[in-house]
Design a protein around this ligand. Structure first.
Ligand code: NAP
Length: 552
């Protein structure tokens, strides 16, 4: 990793002129600003559409929204002081606590003065003559910067499916990813929830506990393992603080950036009895760690089936009505081939008198009516509130809703017509000096997000420091490196069971018309970090470095 503390003198600026514009004030944007401004001394500005910082946690305030990564790992790890001074209250942090944490970080590093809220970026275009980006906002402001850094998140473009009739619905409807800050009063209401991904699985138990009635419209049944959320004990908090160096080392050494390692044994190294015992213990412990029980759960169908069957048995044991249990357990993809949810009493929720499961794979939604949902069979569900837990136009959506134009006016939409193409998920050919934090082609969503975010922000800062030191004005991926990286992303995905979940958002399959390309890099965070370090150490191999005058 190059020295992020070395830099050449900053140029003189006019109004709206920056070294770097960063889009987004979530985990990524905040840390990128810290790296560039506080460490490199650059003039940087964060533009954020929301009226507050927090990124995904600003928008996702739906009932039950909490992080699936354990709190002691879902945080920045770059500062020992932060680790010392911040205290999480629960095993999995709830959304307000994460916002409080990010606010604390922003204050600690004096970030807010360079974050412009309520500013949605409409587009950006690269001028080859000056090697600078012009960024325009929806309000008509313009900014100029040598570097454009997107910190827009992977899951920030809400996907409201085009189900006929929504405009006729006389009740209220909400998407979980754009939840009203004042909350929603479900008391006495008949609620319909569409979607049973990680979000729906978190929301349903809470909505059910508040509403008169909840119907969960399930298209694809899903696995889930109990979260077993609980307040953290003082002993655990102390242990985390005193042993953080080891925790950080583990997070950096593992595939998914979590604070636990994947067991090296195969499912078939142990007897069926021992395996069941291991699964039982993991079920009792709860969390995403379940998939780390054996090394081949995520790579071998045969091995995976043992975990899948264990979870399906649990569903059938928890859910009392056999017909409902059968519908919930009729899962068509390998365990963890889609992002594995964890839950707090999701399957138990279907034992409540006021909860019903509608199987819309067997009987699809025909339309939304003025008063509810009608299925193709003609069955009607009268509803007062409709909740779309229908996910996101993931990974590419947040980019493509902006008009980003690179060399010769090439739009990102054109460059990605057949699916996203990047080098390391960090840069796109034709778009010099554009850095995409956790962009498509990087490990991102397959990881505990703060880990890839920190790695990206530090790598980008190191790259900019190198450019400044060596009078390099532009950096741009080569076609050859882009091709080779696309092949590596495909190879890494094919080595796992991930592409086998055909309706997964990893493949873009949840958005009609979106190209089917496996978007995240499945080779593991530790391997990816090594590749990025090697690229930097070898003089940014795979990038073309341009030596023209940079500063306007
Ligand atoms: P998701 O995983 O994409 O799930 C969307 C759900 O909506 C699926 O059940 C999907 O069914 C259904 N759906 C979509 N369009 C539909 C339609 N037209 N008709 C009927 N059903 C439809 O979205 P998500 O649950 O919001 O989760 C997205 C990602 O966000 C997660 O995978 C995770 O990475 C992240 N997340 C993290 C946390 C956390 O850490 N706590 C919490 C929530 C989400 P099909 O499967 O049939 O398409």
């Amino acid at each position: 990793m190059p020295d992020v503390n070395s830099t050449s003198p900053a140029p003189v600026f006019g109004e709206g002129q920056y070294d770097a514009i960063i889009i987004g004030a979530g985990f990524a944007g905040l840390y990128q600003l810290h790296c560039l401004r506080n460490r490199l001394g650059l003039k940087a500005r964060v533009l954020e559409a929301a009226d507050g910082i927090g990124g995904t946690w600003y928008w996702n305030r739906y009932p039950g929204a909490r992080c699936d990564s354990e709190s002691h790992s879902y945080c920045y790890s770059f500062s020992d002081e932060l680790i010392r001074d911040w205290e999480w209250s629960e095993r999995y942090p709830e959304h307000p606590e994460i916002r409080r944490y990010l606010d604390f970080v922003a204050d600690r590093f004096d970030l807010k003065r360079d974050i412009q809220l309520g500013t949605r970026v409409a587009g950006a275009s690269f001028d080859a003559a000056t090697s600078r980006w012009t960024v325009t906002t929806e309000a008509g402001e313009t900014f100029s910067a040598q570097f454009l850094i997107t910190a827009v998140g992977c899951l920030s473009s809400a996907n409201v499916p085009k189900i006929p009739g929504l405009e006729d619905f006389r009740g209220d409807w909400y998407h979980t990813g754009e939840w009203p800050h004042e909350g929603v009063d479900f008391a006495g209401k008949r609620v319909g929830q569409i979607g049973t991904g990680s979000t729906g699985i978190q929301a349903a138990p809470v909505i059910a506990s508040q509403a008169a009635h909840l119907t969960v419209f399930q298209r694809t049944p899903n696995y889930s393992v109990p979260a077993h959320n609980a307040p953290l004990t003082q002993a655990f908090k102390d242990q985390v603080k005193s042993g953080y160096a080891d925790i950080r080392r583990t997070m950096h050494a593992t595939t998914n950036g979590h604070p636990f390692t994947i067991d090296d044994r195969s499912v078939f190294d142990v007897s069926p009895e021992e395996r069941t015992e291991i699964y039982e213990k993991a079920w009792a412990k709860g969390g995403l760690q379940f998939r780390a029980n054996f090394r081949d759960i995520t790579t071998s169908l045969e091995a995976n089936a043992t975990a899948a069957e264990f979870i399906k048995d649990k569903i059938r044991a928890i859910v009392k009505d056999p017909e409902t249990a059968a519908k919930l357990a009729d899962i068509d993809h390998p365990y963890a081939a889609k992002r594995p949810p964890i839950d707090s009493f999701y399957f138990e929720t279907f034992n409540r008198e006021n909860v019903e499961l509608a199987d819309i794979r067997a009987d699809p939604i025909e339309r939304i009516t003025q008063t509810g949902i009608r299925l193709q069979s003609g069955k009607e569900y009268p509803l007062d509130i409709l909740v779309f837990a229908t996910g996101f136009d993931a990974m590419t959506g947040p980019f493509l809703r902006m008009d980003i134009r690179g060399r010769d006016g090439l739009t990102l939409g054109e460059a990605w017509e057949a699916g996203p193409r990047t080098y390391l998920g960090l840069n796109v050919k034709g778009f010099p000096n554009l850095f995409t934090i956790t962009g498509p082609g990087s490990p991102s969503v397959l990881c505990n997000m703060p880990v890839p975010i920190e790695q990206h922000a530090e790598w980008i800062a190191g790259c900019i420091a190198h450019m400044r030191k060596n009078d390099i004005a532009t950096i741009e991926a080569t076609e050859e490196a882009t091709e080779a990286w696309a092949a590596e992303v495909n190879r890494a995905a094919e080595a796992t069971l991930l592409p086998q979940a055909s309706s997964s958002w990893y493949l873009g399959a949840n958005v009609p018309g979106k190209p089917r390309v496996f978007m995240p890099y499945a080779g593991g965070m530790a391997k990816y970090r090594g590749i990025c370090d090697e690229v930097a150490a070898e003089g940014y191999k795979g990038f073309e470095l341009g030596k023209v005058a940079a500063h306007a």
